[in-house]
Design a protein around this ligand. Structure first.
Ligand code: SF4
Ligand code: SF4
Length: 555
């Protein structure tokens, strides 16, 4: 791989703010998301208004009364959502957020500054919903709602990954991601939905997962995982799918069933669950109905998020489990922590209720007594992240680990936005990594934990047609990765997020940084000694990628 130049220049413009009110007419190739196709939004499960027309940004084919519909949807949002109304009113244009967005940093486009992005819809708000805007028009920063303005709104609503980094730096706590989320919903009312996202939402509503995997495909993938683990460990392992009466329902992002490097994380999950059952009797089941932990509905609208979330609690109740563990998915964690129990009723089965009266794993498997979850999740909620779960097992010395099995890796850790900034899961992944490997190095402080930079493909932006935007947006994260590669010889970037795992391999190649991508549970799987099966630390000869362990330096 050829070396990257030491210096790259991206021109950032700071126009006079009234110039910002002029809608752009030129849409850059590689930054414009395709609009959904008729058959997607008109499907039986995912009905959206005006979804029966094929359109693109140059030819919107809006319904006749589109303006009325748009303003009606906006009025409804302002009335129902106080945060949206507040965020429309209180920005003082101080500029503290301006250079905090990775898309602005990577593109230099002033309308990608968070304040610039919010002004696109705020200017419409002023014109139609404030007295000053109605009277003074553009002098008050207001603008007419025209088709050109709608084009621009769509274009920039899908250049925001809803990462919320900007909100961390805003003295008023304005959350531009929330503004964009509601804007996407308003656009959807006049038939404008992004194609990649709607494909995923529709597939998940129809089959249970974003990839549209049918039960046989999913079960086959898990079976394949067990066969690979036999090659690595020498043991016949098993798992449960749709098992009524299991203790736990496990829900992973669907990328983990077959994509690379996600797959190695899947192997890590399977090893852990086998050890826990063999040693303590804790049973974990997968589900072919609730086969997706992610929820692309979260990137679109409340209604879509609610629809996709509903299946998981229903399945937990049908199977009679006591709680749910969520796998390595970024937005799943915010969706399931922040939204799910405000959208859908939690399971009502006796096992669930009983466990959450005293959330101690000893209630399910005596040997695990003392591993408690009351500080993580209320009983109403019932979700535990796989890394919280693993951290608790390590803390209570319930599993045996051999760190040296990961000595061929020098790792750094990327905090997914929704996991770290969104829901504060910051120390547990680090605690797990420090317990399963010897070489772990942090990227620079201003790029990690709450201040983490987005992977550039979150919020529904993993679409191929916007690869230019993705590669520009990921630039700050890549520069931080390059720093630890050069300084410490880091050779793997670990992240507990399926979208990151899909984005980073492209990004590392694009930015010429020769390191691998993986997830923390892969490292757990490597280090985990299957004591219940009689395994000794020195027995394992291969890692989960099939690479020989204990390689000589330079081999
Ligand atoms: S939420 Fe993230 S992507 Fe969106 S404007 Fe803020 S920093 Fe940029
Ligand atoms: S930091 Fe907050 S108040 Fe300042 S310009 Fe940005 S959104 Fe407006």
């Amino acid at each position: 791989m050829e070396e990257m130049p030491e210096k790259i220049e991206i021109r950032q413009r700071f126009p006079e703010w009234r110039e910002m009110l002029k809608p752009v007419k030129k849409f850059e190739e590689g930054r414009l998301s395709y609009i959904s196709l008729p058959k997607q939004v008109d499907s039986e499960f995912f009905k959206m208004p005006f979804g029966d027309v094929e359109r693109d940004l140059h030819d919107l084919k809006l319904p006749e009364n589109w303006k009325e519909l748009f303003l009606e949807a906006m009025k409804e949002t302002l009335e129902k959502n106080r945060a949206f109304k507040l965020f429309m009113d209180i920005c003082v244009r101080c500029g503290a957020c301006a250079d905090k967005c990775h898309y602005y940093i990577g593109t230099g486009d002033p309308k990608n500054m968070p304040v610039g992005r919010a002004e696109l819809i705020r200017s419409v708000y002023r014109r139609y919903f404030t007295l000053s805007g109605k009277i003074f028009g553009k002098w008050a920063g207001a603008r007419e709602l025209t088709e050109d303005v709608v084009r621009e709104l769509y274009y920039y609503a899908y250049q925001c990954s809803l990462c919320r980094r900007c909100s961390l730096f805003c003295p008023y706590g304005i959350d531009t991601a929330e503004i964009v989320w509601w804007l996407r919903r308003i656009l959807s009312r006049i038939g404008l939905n992004q194609r990649f996202m709607t494909i995923s939402i529709e597939a998940s509503a129809r089959t249970g997962n974003h990839l549209g995997l049918l039960p046989g495909g999913m079960a086959g993938a898990i079976q394949q995982g067990l066969e690979e683990l036999k090659d690595v460990t020498g043991f016949d392992l098993h798992t449960y799918i749709n098992k009524k009466g299991a203790d736990v329902l496990f829900v992973a992002p669907s990328g983990d069933y077959f994509a690379t490097p996600h797959w190695f994380v899947m192997l890590g999950y399977l090893l852990l669950f086998n050890e826990l059952e063999e040693k303590y009797g804790l049973t974990v089941t997968w589900s072919t109905y609730a086969s997706e932990g992610g929820n692309f509905g979260t990137f679109h609208s409340y209604e879509a998020a609610q629809l996709l979330n509903s299946k998981i609690y229903k399945e937990a109740e049908r199977l009679g489990v006591s709680f749910i563990i969520g796998g390595e998915c970024g937005h799943m964690w915010r969706d399931k922590h922040q939204f799910i129990n405000t959208m859908n009723n939690p399971p009502k089965n006796e096992e669930w209720k009983r466990f959450w009266e005293n959330p101690d794993l000893g209630e399910l498997a005596e040997g695990l007594r003392g591993v408690r979850f009351d500080s993580y999740a209320s009983g109403e909620h019932g979700w535990i992240h796989i890394l919280e779960f693993t951290a608790a097992l390590i803390e209570h010395k319930k599993i045996t680990l051999d760190k040296s099995r990961n000595d061929h890796w020098a790792a750094t850790y990327h905090d997914p936005c929704n996991v770290a900034r969104g829901m504060g899961l910051i120390e547990e992944p680090r605690y797990v990594l420090r317990n399963v490997m010897n070489k772990f190095y942090e990227m620079p402080e201003h790029t990690i934990k709450e201040k983490t930079y987005c992977c550039g493909a979150g919020g529904g932006l993993l679409a191929d047609e916007i690869m230019d935007l993705r590669m520009r947006g990921v630039m700050p994260r890549m520069m931080a990765a390059r720093h630890v590669y050069k300084k410490y010889g880091v050779n793997i970037l670990l992240t507990p997020c399926a979208i990151d795992k899909a984005q980073f391999p492209h990004a590392l190649e694009y930015w010429k940084i020769p390191i691998e991508v993986g997830g923390p549970m892969e490292m757990v799987g490597n280090a985990l000694v299957l004591t219940a099966f009689g395994e000794k630390p020195e027995d394992r000869q291969y890692d989960l990628r099939g690479e020989p362990l204990n390689k000589e330096e330079g081999e």
